[in-house]
Design a protein around this ligand. Structure first.
Ligand SMILES: [Zn+2]
Length: 239
């Protein structure tokens, strides 16, 4: 079975993690607060690539200092950012927590996973002050993607792929050397595609996205696999 690289997901259940491991899916898992970070850091799993960061939804409930030890030992910081669509946390607070983490990532030269829902323009402006390696995950606005691409950011093809015009745009505009695929976890796939999607479908969801890359970029399926793998590993190495 060919290994597939899922560039964005969350802890999920133990069953989901086992299924991923048994089905050759290497997954970048983002722990969004201290509690998740404790769980993630305790897992021994060769198919997990671990990222730690205060999720924007947690910006007013998670104590910053308590997350610092996880940020310190993280190879990847994320997902962090701002969100004015899916959460009520005051933007001022979100921005403060976001920038404090960006400053650490910048000092420590660590790659960063971004969540920028409804705050696309502003977040792109903010990261300009902290040059580094960024992955903007499931970008879903019809405008502003260029602000990220011109800074050399990586981008994922969200699990709704060709069904979502904003995701089609990511496929079209992002260079092959910057594209990855993601599920955002089983729960997010079900949210986007319907509850009839099961754990057993996760590989297909990722393979559909890889196929969309192959078609859009005019490469073979095998080349598309190789690009998503190489991009994942390069990003994780902070390059
Ligand atoms: Zn996520």
């Amino acid at each position: 079975m060919r290994t597939i690289y899922d560039a964005h997901a969350h802890l999920g259940t133990e069953e989901e993690r086992r299924w991923r491991r048994e089905h050759g899916i290497v997954t970048m898992v983002c722990a969004g607060d201290q509690e998740e970070s404790k769980v993630l850091s305790g897992l021994e799993d060769s198919h997990l690539v671990k990222a730690y960061g205060i999720h924007p939804w947690k910006a007013d409930s998670q104590d910053f200092e308590e997350m610092v030890p996880f940020l310190e030992k993280a190879d990847i910081i994320g997902e962090i950012g701002m969100d004015r669509i899916w959460c009520q946390v005051p933007i001022k607070r979100q921005r403060e927590i976001f920038e404090r983490q960006l400053a650490l990532a910048f000092c420590w030269k660590k790659p960063v996973v971004l969540h920028v829902k409804g705050m696309e323009r502003e977040a792109a402006k903010i990261i300009r002050r902290y040059p580094g390696t960024y992955l903007v995950h499931w970008y879903s606005d019809m405008e502003g993607l260029e602000d990220y691409l011109e800074q050399g950011c990586y981008a994922t093809v969200g699990p709704d792929g060709m069904r979502n015009p904003a995701v089609c745009q990511v496929l079209e505009k992002t260079p092959l050397s910057r594209l990855m695929v993601e599920t955002d976890g089983l729960g997010a796939v079900q949210w986007a595609l319907g509850d009839n999607v099961k754990l057993q479908d996760l590989r297909n969801v990722l393979e559909d996205s890889i196929q969309s890359i192959a078609v859009q970029k005019g490469v073979t399926m095998e080349e598309a696999y190789q690009w998503t793998e190489a991009n994942f590993l390069r990003f994780a190495a902070g390059k």
